[in-house]
Design a protein around this ligand. Structure first.
Ligand SMILES: Cc1ncc(COP(=O)(O)O)c(C=O)c1O
Length: 416
């Protein structure tokens, strides 16, 4: 199997050079080229359709990164477009709220086991920030135990720059899957912990997602009760994907508060903090939550339509079914090519983890992602992939055949 030619990325790279002069780093955070394979991936996208994206140089890719999670159906969904256009004509930004806010909240309460009340905000970081503020307000305690990525705000950001030490010191991290370590933190910080916040299906960035081991989430639930702390599930990625009611529904453990975002509106910026009435009610007067744009209804209308489609077409079941066979085929390919890597993730969020102990591990990974992007499969070296409803059988067969070719190149260039 021979390597293929580099993509034409002329326009993307020109735009990126321009961006670096007008915005620090050109583009923000995880979208920076060094998070992919620099010089091999596009930087700017022109448009998307179904399960595909097209960059500004006209390269058309099967997309399995799905905007880092919001795209659950596909790009450019006509039904959602129509609903949003209808709302644009009525207006969506007022000094007061619109009726759709009640409709969406009632719907979330019906779908999500832990939801007795909800607050609608815009981004995932907004929702986790609201959850933390409510937990602190409710308990009168300040420390937070966290596991996973929860956004960019002061209380949880990994990069130290710009965050006061006093705030950093209030957040302590624990590893996914280790109940003993969590209990040790709770013991050492007795009567000081406002909340435990965890992404229930594994740590998204430091390690791949995985289904919780039997008893793990139940163990956290009982520790939270024992130490009088609020349990928050951060379901920003797992909501409407692991199950309509999130990981809490699929794995049967109910937190006190949970946060939802990403897939809720198939790409529109909306998120929610939901939880038990007695806890959520501190936001009635004791804690402050407000923003000019929180009540904008365009995203709420998109969310209502997205939920209609998810329910009507049983999208979660369909994605689990196609994801289950995708994961099985991926495992076969790794075995067949003998590349030191293992398949991880769960059916809606697959990933391939290259074996860190094998010689040439980084080179192997870089070559794999170079070969997949050159063959027009858009996946990410440091983040799990996603399946959407609009990935056709043909898309997934093509993606697997690209992966097989890339693994074969890796196997022949970096023999073990
Ligand atoms: C689990 C989790 N929580 C919170 C966030 C933050 O969401 P946002 O980027 O919309 O602020 C993310 C984003 O990737 C996430 O994966």
């Amino acid at each position: 199997m021979s390597v293929t030619a580099k993509l034409n990325l002329k326009r993307s790279l020109e735009l990126f050079e321009e961006a670096k002069k007008i915005s620090p780093g050109g583009v923000m955070g995880i979208r920076r080229p060094y998070n992919f394979v620099e010089g091999e991936y596009p930087v700017y996208i022109n448009h998307g359709y179904g399960s595909h994206i097209v960059d500004v140089d006209g390269n058309d890719y099967i997309d399995m990164l799905c905007a880092y999670g919001p795209i659950i159906l596909g790009y450019n969904e006509p039904e959602i477009n129509r609903a949003v256009c209808g709302q644009i004509e009525k207006g969506f930004c007022f000094a007061l709220v619109q009726e759709v806010q009640n409709d969406l909240i009632k719907r979330l309460i019906n779908l999500i086991p832990s939801a007795e009340m909800a607050i609608l905000v815009k981004t995932g970081s907004d929702a986790t920030g609201v959850a933390i503020r409510i937990a602190r307000g409710f308990t009168g305690k300040e420390k937070i135990l966290r596991c996973g990525y929860h956004g960019w705000h002061d209380w949880c950001v990994e990069v130290k720059g710009g965050v006061p030490k006093q705030i950093r010191d209030l957040t302590l991290e624990f590893p996914y899957g280790d109940l003993e370590y969590l209990e040790k933190l709770l013991r050492e910080n007795k009567n000081e912990v406002a909340a435990i916040i965890i992404t229930p299906v594994g740590h998204p960035l430091a390690q791949p997602v995985s289904a919780p081991a039997p008893g793990y989430l139940e163990g956290i639930r009982s520790l939270a009760d024992q130490y009088g702390t609020v349990l928050i599930f951060d379901e920003i990625r797992s909501g409407f994907r692991v199950a309509m009611g999130g990981a809490q529904e699929r794995y049967g453990v109910t937190p006190d508060i949970s946060t939802f975002g990403k897939a809720l509106a198939n790409g529109y910026a909306i998120s929610a903090c939901v939880g038990k009435t007695d806890i959520m009610n501190v936001a009635e007067k004791e804690v402050f939550i407000s923003s000019t744009f929180f009540p904008n209804s365009l995203e709420m209308v998109a969310a209502m339509k997205c939920l209609d489609i998810l329910e009507r077409e049983k999208v979660v079941d369909a994605i689990w079914e196609s994801g289950t066979s995708f994961l099985a085929s991926l495992k076969d390919l790794v075995k067949k090519t003998g590349v030191p890597a293992s398949v991880s993730g769960i059916p809606p969020m697959p990933f391939l983890t290259f074996d860190k102990d094998a010689k040439d591990y980084k080179e192997r990974r870089t070559r794999f992602y170079t070969e997949t992007i050159r063959r027009r499969l858009f996946i990410q070296p440091y983040h799990h992939w996603y399946l959407t409803y609009r990935h056709t059988k043909e898309d997934l067969v093509n993606a697997l055949s690209i992966i097989e070719e890339a693994l074969s190149v890796v196997a022949s260039e970096f023999p073990i």
